[in-house]
Design a protein around this ligand. Structure first.
Ligand code: 6GU
Length: 225
């Protein structure tokens, strides 16, 4: 898979996507990440990439020209399955969308900033608009990193234990059950007996029950459908 990220702040991706499992995915050649600085494509002599909103109001709007030229250039080089725009007014990102996107070959992710991009970019290029939740970030970069991480870990070969993605919270519609490791007794804080019993059927049943109880407590909305 190839992910192209279009942003005014490419340095914001130097941390999160270059560590641990994400780094391994790139090193193994399972994913290619490319970061493009939108400002490099502006034809404005002062390198401007934003302007006042028609109709007035506070906040700047990202102009069409640099974004359109960059997207056109990339689309001339390869086909993209999705051109995603990160915006707080997009569709809420969830595991089901990550699963679908993990099957793509090439995706482009455009990060909005300020008041966002000119609507005509959304109308003419963008095929999917995503938000990562009902709160406002200063820009789409952190959200794009979140979406990229969620997608990349689902690519076969990225996770060392491939089955582990299948037992995640949300893959079966429930939160994950509690987990424990050694020691079995830490200063009197004991691991539930059933996990030490060796009876796999009982353990599986306990985990399912715990997952259900946790979901009912914390995320009852997940049980509604
Ligand atoms: Cl995608 N962008 C911004 N700026 N804020 C957000 C978001 C995206 N998702 C949640 N909040």
């Amino acid at each position: 898979m190839r992910i192209d990220i279009l942003t005014l702040f490419p340095e914001m991706f130097e941390g999160p996507l270059t560590q641990s499992i994400m780094k391994r995915a790139v090193d193994k050649g399972l994913v290619e990440m490319h970061f493009h600085d939108i400002r490099d494509y502006t034809l404005d002599k002062h390198k401007k990439v934003d302007d006042y909103a028609f109709g007035g109001g506070a906040g700047m709007v990202m102009t069409i020209q640099p974004i359109a030229d960059l997207i056109d250039k990339l689309k001339a080089e390869r086909n993209y399955d999705q051109v995603i725009y990160m915006t707080p007014d997009g569709q809420r990102f969830e595991q089901r969308i990550a699963n679908t996107l993990s099957l793509c070959g090439n995706i482009m992710i455009l990060c909005g900033h300020y008041k966002g991009v000119d609507q005509r970019i959304r109308d003419h290029y963008v095929t999917m608009e995503l938000s990562i939740g009902d709160y406002v970030l200063t820009g789409g970069e952190l959200a794009a990193a979140v979406v990229s991480d969620a997608i990349i870990r689902l690519i076969p070969g990225v996770m060392s234990d491939e089955t582990s993605a299948l037992t995640d919270s949300f893959q079966d519609g429930l939160l994950s059950p509690p987990v424990y490791t050694r020691p079995a007794d830490y200063h009197g804080w004991k691991v539930p007996d059933v996990l030490l019993s060796g009876n796999q059927a009982m353990i599986d049943e306990w985990r399912e029950q715990q997952a259900y109880e946790r979901t009912k407590q914390i995320r009852p909305d997940l049980l509604e459908d």
